[in-house]
Design a protein around this ligand. Structure first.
Ligand SMILES: CC(C)=CCC/C(C)=C/CC/C(C)=C/CC/C(C)=C/COP(=O)(O)OP(=O)(O)O
Length: 310
């Protein structure tokens, strides 16, 4: 039995499971309406479970990225991790945890991706530079690839057509790598979109080895220099992010049929960020690569078609 520290009191949480799911939904609406609308594409019985997972991820992210992040210390994350262990031991410690406790009882969700995500937030606490792409890749796995793993556990895989009839005794293919890869691709797109915003907070996610390779310095980046060196560097980053999207796409058809549309829609939405950066001539310093609402809607029929035929 998990031993909780004295600092976390055991108590009965005074909300019902339904109320807790509502709180998760409200939290997502508050932080990202677009994301919430995306979750409406998920089949209704699974939707609230996705909210419970994303609510936990958002709260984890807020500890290091939100308005109260100035008071977050490594100990805050230690306590958050203890709260996570408690959730997986079936003991919610606050009203939003109640839904996640319910969700993990219904789906084969592993605790490790949750722990890994907290480890990703620890990286944000300690470091503001990445020497190599390998280091950045680890960060992206932790803060976003993990979401792919958690979501896939809820969305489920297609057990009907996943394997050929003569192989029906075999286990269905679980697109774990592709799920992680989609999270990483989204994170890479976000990093490229937010270069200017992150620089203003003293953060550079683009690996130092890539800056050096294109002879572009940190000082250039802080000054927001857009020249041929920067354009080449960005072309390289965008091509790499697209490779991740291409690999992720291959896993979607293995998901359960009802999960394919939301996943295609999110893939097409986030990868469009890369096109907009190109259209903005790689100026991510003073122009935000913003995908207008009508473009998100316009992409839906194409996402639907891909979900049917690919
Ligand atoms: C491909 C297969 C087999 C499965 C799909 C598995 C899934 C759903 C993967 C996607 C996981 C995911 C949603 C990761 C989060 C990525 C990310 C960078 C989110 C950014 O969130 P915000 O920071 O709120 O973004 P905005 O700043 O755009 O609001």
């Amino acid at each position: 039995m998990l031993q909780l520290p004295d600092s976390i009191p055991r108590m009965k949480i005074p909300v019902s499971v339904d109320e807790s799911y509502k709180l998760c939904r409200q939290l997502i609406v508050k932080y990202s309406t677009t994301f919430y609308i995306g979750t409406l594409l998920v089949d209704k019985p699974k939707r609230k479970h996705i909210w419970a997972i994303y609510a936990w991820c958002r709260r984890t992210d807020e500890l290091v990225d939100g308005p109260a992040s100035a008071i977050t210390t490594p100990e805050t994350l230690d306590l958050w991790e203890q709260q996570l262990e408690s959730i997986f031991a079936g003991q919610p410690l606050d009203s939003i945890d109640v839904a996640l406790v319910d969700t993990i009882q219904r789906f084969p969700i592993d605790i490790q991706p949750f722990r890994d995500m907290i480890a990703g937030q620890r990286m944000d606490l300690y470091r503001s530079r990445y020497e190599t792409f390998e280091e950045l890749h680890l960060y992206c796995y932790r803060v976003a690839g993990t979401v792919g793993l958690m979501s896939t556990a809820v969305m489920g895989v297609d057990t009907s057509t996943n394997t050929a009839p003569w192989n029906c005794h075999q286990q269905p293919y679980i697109p774990t790598e592709e799920a992680i890869t989609l999270g990483i691709a989204h994170q890479l797109a976000n990093i490229l979109r937010d270069v200017g915003e992150d620089a203003r907070r003293g953060r550079i996610y683009i690996p130092q080895e890539d800056l050096a390779r294109f002879n572009y310095t940190e000082q250039d980046l802080f000054k927001g220099v857009v020249d041929d060196r920067w354009r080449s560097l960005m072309r390289f980053q965008i091509a790499r992010a697209r490779q991740f999207y291409a690999k992720a796409e291959k896993g979607i058809s293995y998901l359960s049929a009802d999960a394919r549309l939301p996943v295609w829609a999110s893939l097409m939405h986030y990868s469009r960020i890369l096109n907009i950066i190109e259209r903005n001539d790689y100026n991510v310093f003073t122009r935000r690569a913003y995908v207008p609402q009508w473009q998100k809607l316009r992409a839906l029929p194409a996402a639907w078609l891909r979900a049917q035929v690919l």
